[in-house]
Design a protein around this ligand. Sequence first.
Ligand SMILES: Nc1nc2c(ncn2[C@@H]2O[C@H](COP(=O)(O)OP(=O)(O)OP(=O)(O)O)[C@@H](O)[C@H]2O)c(=O)[nH]1
Length: 438
Amino acid sequence: MFNSSLFVICRPISRKSSILTILPPVTTSAKSSSKQYSTSCAKCWTPGKPSFTLKKGKTSVVMFVGLQGSGKTTTCTKYAYYHQKKGWKPALVCADTFRAGAFDQLKQNATKAKIPFYGSYMESDPVKISVEGVERFKKENCDLIIVDTSGRHKQEVALFEEMRQVAEATKPDLVIFVMDSSIGQAAFDQAQAFKQSVAVGAVIVTKMDGHAKGGGALSAVAATKSPVIFIGTGEHMDEFEVFDVKPFVSRLLGMGDWSGFMDKIQEVVPMDQQPELLQKLSEGNFTLRIMYEQFQNLLKMGPIGQGREKESQAKIKRYMTMMDSMTNEELDSSNPKLMNESRIMRIARGSGRSVRDVMEMLEEYKRLAKIWSKMKGLKIPKKGEMSALSRNMNAQHMSKVLPPQMLKQIGGMGGLQNLMKQMGSAKDMMGMFGGGDK
Ligand SMILES: Nc1nc2c(ncn2[C@@H]2O[C@H](COP(=O)(O)OP(=O)(O)OP(=O)(O)O)[C@@H](O)[C@H]2O)c(=O)[nH]1
């Protein structure tokens, strides 16, 4: 496949910083499918699914771009491995001639996963390598050729020009922008610079296993007008997941792990109870009784899953038992501070739980009450207007939680609404933030 006896030669390219000249984007071979790339229409792509379709018997070229160290090389292999497991025939081309270890890294991972690869220790021209690699794998009838490129920063004009040339020469069907989840607000400018040079059509957010919430992904989506398709959740090949908007937004809002389960609460509130509930919430009255009633609705659904969901269900039952030991006054209060130490001990004794459990339940209530307090002042819908309200709530809710700078960058409320549409179907979001027409 390649001559491993060649020596490693580092490309002597200078990474001089200068002001980025905005170059016209390279048109990819997916020109005819520009509709698929467009995310201005939510129907053009499905969240979590690549915005182009692989076809048996046809070779698709996917080019990976991004900042230095964002995880491109790792992600290229993960992406190849993911598709290989689904029965496709992927191949990897290492056009990262800047980082000495990049080819070795790709080679090692590709060998482990038994994925064919192409690269050179001698050749310093990434355009030449990528063209050769793509040609070779086309001849070998690979249906997915993945081109890894060097990491670059938006001010590195020469490297941006080089990236443009690689795209021009290989005519990728899809260009994926890889971003590190911890990049934060810089994501917008960087992603925009990439989009202005090559036709970025999708985003992959890496290192979601770390502490970062990945808020920069919203900016990258806004800047590139492209969907997030996968997330990286670790260094290993299989630590790679199809992007799912709900857990992502939960994490962004700091809603914790079992929030996904809590989302279901909104899904199961009977339609006739929804306006009343919304009315109470719009008045800022999220009481323990409301929480209790929603738990009841949720349990009516019966066992709904395995693992985490089962655990959450058990937790809910525990919470309800503790709430059964509360007085009406306590249940109808939206101020649990009223509950003094002796009451907490009494509730613990009455329900056969520990004080710590009661405290945990009250903390959970406070956390949910805080989230619901964002609903205060919302307009209550007339019957049939629920979907529209749900969509508004999502954006309104989010707009209150997002840092103002980020909100500004993504185009204020209008931009946020578009983004939410792009990031997930309205139904997904309804589940998250408050019911909807069924
Ligand atoms: N924890 C974690 N680490 C990751 C993930 N993806 C990549 N990494 C690590 O991030 C580091 C950088 O990854 P690379 O794949 O070398 O990044 P790159 O973008 O190709 O780097 P350049 O070629 O220098 O631009 C490596 O140590 C990877 O193991 C992820 O999803 N989670």
